[in-house]
Design a protein around this ligand. Structure first.
Ligand SMILES: [Zn+2]
Length: 119
């Protein structure tokens, strides 16, 4: 149930944000998930759909951006895409890299909020 606890903390963050803006309606939450974060986007999406019920996010959408794995290649001297998540080699020259620069993240990058209508 790893994904469910992540979904619930995303909802917590969003509710908090909504409260600081006078209970604004949350329309969407944007997330970045690295391929090496160990989180499966599909599983997180279905967990989110369960967890959002009866919260401020009941109608909110979870928008996930999949982040490919990038490494700093000592041979090329710059950041390159990794071959795969099993092999952290530069996809250009094949050199094994000791430094992952992208692909482990799991973060909320943005939120779309709509102020409550004053009736
Ligand atoms: Zn390289």
């Amino acid at each position: 149930m790893h994904e469910l606890s992540i979904a619930m903390s995303i909802i917590d963050i969003a509710c908090e944000e909504s409260r600081t803006r006078g209970d604004a309606r949350v329309i969407a939450v944007h997330l970045k998930i690295g391929r090496m974060s160990g989180v499966v986007s599909e599983a997180l999406l279905s967990a989110f759909e369960l967890a959002r019920e009866d919260t401020l996010l009941a109608a909110a959408e979870l928008k996930i951006e999949d982040m490919p794995v990038r490494v700093h290649c000592p041979q090329c001297g710059c950041e390159q895409l990794a071959d795969s998540i099993q092999c952290l080699c530069c996809s250009v020259c094949g050199t094994l890299s000791p430094e992952i620069t992208q692909g482990c993240e799991l973060e909320v990058v943005a939120m779309e909020l709509e102020p409550m209508e004053v009736v």
